[in-house]
Design a binder for this molecule. Structure first.
Ligand SMILES: Cc1cc2nc3c(=O)[nH]c(=O)nc-3n(C[C@H](O)[C@H](O)[C@H](O)COP(=O)(O)OP(=O)(O)OC[C@H]3O[C@@H](n4cnc5c(N)ncnc54)[C@H](O)[C@@H]3O)c2cc1C
Ligand SMILES: *[C@@H]1O[C@H](CO)[C@@H](O)[C@H](O)[C@H]1NC(C)=O
Ligand SMILES: *[C@@H]1O[C@H](CO)[C@@H](O)[C@H](O)[C@H]1NC(C)=O
Ligand SMILES: *[C@@H]1O[C@H](CO)[C@@H](O)[C@H](O)[C@H]1NC(C)=O
Ligand SMILES: *[C@@H]1O[C@H](CO)[C@@H](O)[C@H](O)[C@H]1NC(C)=O
Length: 510
């Protein structure tokens, strides 16, 4: 692995040198580049090739194995992630097409102790959580959506992105509790928790899961429900990839008609008015059908706000969004539309392909003090990190009702504490140069620590509040995410995975 990392660095280095070569060095440059590329493809193959071949020979025709030199692009699509810093060059990629093949694959990986990764939508911002230099499993062939009107549930494949789920359910005028913007995967989103536009009304995505089809680390295919396996049912609701590979989720559906909202953007000049409108919304709006995500950001040298509004009905009652609509905006795309259209109105793909990282602070109150501190962080780190080539700095304010955790009487792995209705603030930085990865990770930690101190001084007891699995930076201590649930989760993990097969895949590990 070490020599592979070195080769990867050399390849990147040669690529940089070849970006704008002087004419007389062009040939040399290309020669060195192709030598580095050849090594790059040979090295991981040596490490993982044997297992890849075994998998290829063992799986059914429903599945496929792809290698790095795949000219049709299947391999590239399988290892690709929303944040390029979450992508690694794998020995091969595998697209299982049935639970039985997942079972064969996981047994081969376990018995050969081969590092692997499981990718749903590839949207984790944590490096190595769904990528590997070993065997990349892409769940993309688990793409079914089956709605059962009599039970009011939908069985959905773990390889889908939410856009496709919404599109498939729309003809039935029903919906599930899923992602808020385009492109996000069902798999990681659901196994980590899931904050949705409809969370004020129905809770987190995990609160509406009634069954999982799971391939356990020893290759057994089980249907996990509260009555069949209460421990795994609890653990999978926030426990990510610790207990095996999920192939399908059964989700409760809820009615869905037209919605109102979309994206509105503001420039620096009106930030004080926007800050006041956010504070007003957060402190006064109690209609569970209303939700907003004002993303305070720093782009091209100036602060601004990219603001998404949502109302679960064709027209919002007067008063809820009036303040935002009265502020002079830069752009506005607000209308009565389908749920999918609203989800696709957010520019969530704009920074895809950049390096990126998330971190989070759990808040109880978006007071004026807190909002101003967030604005200040945006400016401070926007200017500071411009020196490290930041392309985007963003703080996504997510005001929810204090009752969001009351929609499920059963305990779940996350959140460990269903008392206070903590609201996750999402910090997101994007940049382009590998050399600055550590700078951005450290800045995220400093900024989160600063905002935690501001919130504490503001009277919010959040210093030990659980941090959201799907926003927390990769080195967040497990106790900060799972709190008092951690010992139970570790016991469940030890029982289902005594050989620690899932330890071969990255992520927050019990
Ligand atoms: C643009 C953007 C918008 C977002 N919006 C929201 C939001 O509104 N609300 C919210 O709560 N979160 C949001 N997130 C965070 C999101 O929940 C995480 O990024 C999540 O990891 C996405 O799931 P994925 O399947 O795309 O991720 P992946 O990177 O594919 O997987 C993430 C983790 O889950 C594991 N995993 C995935 N599928 C399986 C499976 N089938 N079996 C076992 N393990 C599996 C992986 O191994 C990995 O550890 C957003 C992220 C981005 C980048
Ligand atoms: C964003 O990218 C994803 C692929 O990751 C794609 O499925 C989705 O349709 C894109 N969304 C928009 C609005 O273009
Ligand atoms: C939020 O903070 C403000 C001022 O700091 C305070 O007046 C208000 O009561 C707080 N709200 C909640 C729900 O704690
Ligand atoms: C602004 O943010 C920086 C970085 O966190 C901090 O050092 C500074 O004290 C903040 N200033 C104000 C006025 O809050
Ligand atoms: C495999 O794991 C399942 C689920 O934990 C368990 O019930 C079964 O006994 C295990 N099988 C073997 C052969 O260890």
């Amino acid at each position: 692995m070490k020599s592979y990392v070195k080769t990867e660095a050399k390849f990147a280095d040669e690529q940089l040198k070849c970006l704008a070569p002087a004419p007389h060095t062009m040939l040399n440059c290309l020669r060195r580049l192709s030598a580095a590329a050849a090594l790059l493809y040979i090295l991981p193959s040596v490490a993982g090739q044997e297992v890849c071949n075994q998998i290829q020979a063992a799986v059914s025709s429903a599945s496929a194995v792809y290698f790095p030199l795949d000219l049709l692009g299947n391999f590239a699509a399988d290892i690709s992630h929303w944040a390029s810093s979450s992508t690694q060059q794998s020995a091969c990629s595998v697209e299982p097409g049935s639970a039985a093949d997942v079972s064969i694959i996981i047994q081969l990986l376990g018995s050969t102790q081969t590092p692997f990764a499981v990718k749903g939508g590839g949207h984790t911002a944590n490096p190595g959580f769904s990528s590997t230099t070993g065997v990349q499993i892409s769940m993309t062939r688990f793409s079914g959506v089956t709605y059962d009107e009599s039970s009011g549930t939908a069985v959905i494949g773990s390889g889908l992105v939410w856009d496709d789920v919404y599109e498939a359910l729309a003809p039935f005028n029903v919906n599930v509790i899923g992602g808020r913007v385009s492109g996000v995967g069902v798999g990681g989103f659901t196994l980590g928790g899931g904050y949705s536009w409809k969370t004020n009304q129905f809770g987190l995505t995990i609160d509406r899961v009634s069954a999982f089809e799971l391939v356990t680390p020893n290759g057994t295919i089980v249907s996990v429900t509260d009555s069949s396996s209460p421990d795994l049912f609890f653990g999978l609701k926030g426990g990510l990839n610790n207990f095996g590979i999920v192939t399908e989720f059964t989700l409760e559906t809820v009615p869905q008609g037209l919605v109102w909202g979309g994206l509105i953007t503001y420039t620096e000049a009106v930030l004080p008015a926007v800050a006041t409108a956010i504070e007003q919304f957060a402190s006064t709006v109690t209609d569970p059908k209303a939700a907003i995500i004002p993303a305070v950001n720093f782009l091209l040298g100036a602060p601004g706000v990219s603001h998404i509004m949502f109302y679960d009905g064709p027209t919002p009652p007067a008063g809820i969004f009036d303040d935002f609509l009265a502020i002079p905006f830069l752009t506005a795309d607000i209308s009565t539309r389908s749920f999918l259209s609203l989800v696709q109105a957010a520019p969530s793909n704009a920074t895809s392909g950049s390096r990126g990282a998330f971190h989070t602070v759990s808040l109880l109150n978006y007071s004026a003090t807190m909002i101003n501190a967030i604005l200040n962080e945006t400016n401070f780190w926007g200017a500071e990190l411009a020196l490290a080539g930041a392309t985007f700095i963003s703080y996504d304010i997510e005001p929810f009702l204090p009752t969001i955790y009351t929609h499920n009487p059963l305990p779940t792995a996350f959140p460990p504490d269903r008392g206070p209705g903590y609201m996750p603030l999402n910090l997101y930085y994007a940049w382009s140069d590998t050399a600055f990865d550590a700078t951005f990770h450290s800045a995220l930690q400093q900024s989160a620590a600063h905002l935690t101190a501001v919130a504490e001084a503001d009277g919010q007891a959040i210093a030990n509040a659980p941090l959201y699995t799907n926003y927390a930076l990769y080195d967040t201590p497990l106790e900060r995410i799972y709190g008092d649930n951690l010992p139970r989760l570790q016991a469940i993990k030890a029982a289902v995975d005594p050989d620690n097969v899932m330890g071969l895949a990255g992520g927050f590990k019990f």
